[in-house]
Design a protein around this ligand. Structure first.
Ligand code: FES
Ligand SMILES: [Fe+2]
Length: 356
């Protein structure tokens, strides 16, 4: 399928609807996601254990990885044994050595192969290929990102966000597992992103949130693989206390919503940060991992950043309704509002650029 999104939003049509349900298209997205940076958690994952396994985008990229910490250094390694491919570690633990449960191959915490039983007389063994491969990992503040196939530095992807919000002490925000959760949505991952990328639906779908925000002053811009939406709070609602020398000083900002292509959302509120990772599971099923990082707990119950659960469920309902609509024989492509759908148009243009 060819995606042809006119660069001029006034002329453009939205993505052909089969993008949202075709298995063939879904499978081809693996390359795009394998090349993206993905947020996986923060340095505290290795606070109590020095070994922490995971799967990079389970259901899309499916890459088993292993975070390890050795003498203060965090590494990301492949979690696949270099002998015959068994998964090395299945749960977080504290360990000095990694031992494969299949035939007993042992690795150091830094990934180098240490011992293999019954391998006498094997030529050219061990060599570099017997060590666990390193997976690219970079961090912003204490937030960890990995990628399966590095195409750019993380700093390039997060530049617009890092520049705008460098003044926030994100490293001091506390991760709250009790406020973090996974939502399950019966819709395509990109429909979920489309919906996130416009404030157009707020007065219709989020009547509560609409009371907190100045709809007329809601702004959206797409730049360098990022979409930034800024919500201006009504008078008296919680807003950021922005430094004097900052470009946003004087504005009553209730929320900065950063979308990092293709599937991550960094939502900054006066109380802290809610990170949403959109995980495609199948063409019509998606999971959204919510990670909550609290800065000022006393600000959580008011403003655009309050009641996130209610807003999420309202979004899920509408997105699941659209999922049914986009499969209709009578719907294919729509048009964009040049004023309100800049973010959706920008996202679709990026899909056109990176979907091969
Ligand atoms: S697969 Fe790991 S030792 Fe054989
Ligand atoms: Fe919404």
């Amino acid at each position: 399928m060819k995606i042809d999104i006119d660069a001029d939003i006034r002329k453009a049509k939205t993505i052909p609807s089969k993008f949202y349900h075709s298995l063939k298209i879904y499978k081809k997205l693996k390359t795009l996601f394998a090349r993206s940076w993905q947020f996986i958690g923060d340095a505290n994952l290795l606070e109590n254990n020095n070994v922490h396994p995971g799967i990079l985008l389970d259901g899309m990229v499916d890459e088993p990885y292993l975070l390890t910490k050795d003498k203060g250094k965090i590494r990301c390694l492949s979690n696949v044994c270099t002998h015959r491919g068994n998964i090395l570690c299945s749960e977080s633990c504290e360990s000095k050595t990694l031992v494969c449960g299949y035939h007993g191959r042992q690795f150091e915490i830094d990934g180098s192969m240490k011992f293999m039983p019954e391998f006498e007389n094997v030529t050219n063994f061990p060599n570099k290929e017997d060590n666990l491969p390193v997976i690219e990992m970079e961090a912003w503040k204490n937030l960890i990102f990995i990628t399966n196939e590095k195409k750019c530095n993380l700093s390039e992807l997060i530049a617009p966000m890092a520049k705008r919000l460098d003044w926030l002490p994100v490293g001091e925000f506390q991760y709250k597992p009790e406020l973090s959760r996974t939502y399950k949505v019966n819709a395509n991952w990109a429909l979920y992103c489309d919906n996130y990328l416009e404030g157009f639906h707020i007065p219709f779908v989020h009547k509560g949130l609409n009371k907190e925000l100045e709809y007329e002053n809601y702004s959206t811009q797409g730049i360098d693989n990022t979409v930034l939406q800024i919500g201006i709070g009504k008078d008296g609602e919680n807003a950021f206390d922005i430094p004097h020398d900052h470009e946003d000083y004087g504005k009553n900002i209730a929320a900065y919503y950063f979308f990092l292509f293709p599937n991550m959302m960094f939502n900054f509120y006066p109380w802290g940060l809610s990170i949403n990772v959109v995980k495609p599971k199948s063409p019509e099923y998606t999971e959204i991992d919510y990670f909550s990082y609290v800065w000022k707990e006393e600000l959580m119950d008011k403003g655009a950043g309050a009641d996130l659960d209610k807003v999420e469920l309202e979004d899920e309902d509408i997105v699941e309704s659209v999922q049914k609509g986009v499969k209709s024989n009578f719907y294919d492509r729509g048009r964009y509002s040049p004023k309100r759908e800049i973010g959706v148009h920008y996202f679709h243009s990026l899909l056109q650029k990176y979907y091969k």
